[in-house]
Ligand binder design. Structure first.
Ligand code: FES
Length: 269
């Protein structure tokens, strides 16, 4: 039975003043504590849909799925035996992300016979078994450390670069399309001006000039939007390129430092 029976006439708040008419708080929609509580109470206890079995068309097919509410990434894979399985997308060596391509935060899909960690080459069968450890028993060699630093730097640089490029595509689209939208408005305005002239039967440039002037405002507005968008796009692209160069230089310095340390420790040995 409903808690509040529907009133026969008038408004709900007239009949149930205890409901109040104050603004409803939305703090639970933006509260990090509430989100954490929801994650635990709802998402950690429910089945989560990560994809469809049709996405794994043949043995060896896989795709990754980031599950934000679980703070994890998964690999969903059809094994060589045809079974579909899901694993944490994490290498058990140092806890780095196992399967990714250009950008660690992007989802990937494909087919493989094994998963190979990009960091130190540990290999996993498609049923999750660890099948190969590079330099087992000696995972902290100088080579490994330098290699790990290099891969980590590359990974962080790729993430930072992807973050910085967010929104640039939108700016480029606005810069490229706004003049055409303005031009479209102008063309429509001119067409309507001439149609008005034809309908009224009056002729001469004077009778259409006011309409054409109004129509040209559309082009001006389009340019007003496009020019700042193109300038901002160029500015942020330059900033991004400069930052990439600086990141590459800094990464080289860090690598040079580690290589020097490696040489020093070898010399000392
Ligand atoms: S982190 Fe994967 S092999 Fe080292």
């Amino acid at each position: 039975m409903a808690k509040y029976p529907k009133p026969a006439e008038g408004t709900w708040t007239q009949h149930y003043p205890q409901l109040g008419t104050e603004p409803v708080s939305y703090s639970d929609c933006i509260s990090p504590e509430f989100y954490e509580a929801e994650r635990k109470a709802i998402f950690e206890r429910a089945w989560l849909q990560v994809g469809r079995v049709e996405q794994l068309t043949r043995n060896g097919s896989y795709f990754t799925r980031d599950i934000a509410v679980a703070n994890t990434s998964l690999i969903i894979v059809r094994g060589l035996d045809g079974e579909v399985r899901a694993f944490h997308n994490i290498c058990r060596h140092r806890g780095n992300k196992l399967v990714w391509q250009d950008y660690p935060r992007e989802e990937v899909a494909g087919s493989a016979r094994q998963f190979v960690c990009k960091y130190h080459g540990w290999k996993y069968d498609l049923d999750g078994k660890l099948s190969y450890i590079l330099q087992e028993g000696d995972t902290a060699t100088s080579y490994d450390r330098v290699d790990a630093v290099q891969r980590q730097l590359e990974s962080e640089a790729a993430i930072t670069s992807a973050d910085m490029k967010k929104g640039l595509a939108g700016l480029a689209t606005i810069g490229a399309t706004a003049p055409f939208i303005g031009l479209f408005g102008t063309v429509l305005g001119i067409i309507w001006s001439f149609q008005g002239m034809a309908a009224s039967g009056s002729g001469g440039i004077a009778s259409v000039s006011a309409g054409i002037a109004e129509a040209l405002v559309a082009t001006a507005v389009g340019l007003l939007v496009a020019i700042p968008a193109v300038m901002s796009y160029n500015y942020f692209t330059n900033v991004h390129e400069r930052f990439q160069i600086e990141m590459t230089n800094s990464a080289s310095d860090v690598m040079a430092f580690f290589l020097k340390k490696q040489g020093v420790s070898r010399g000392a040995a």
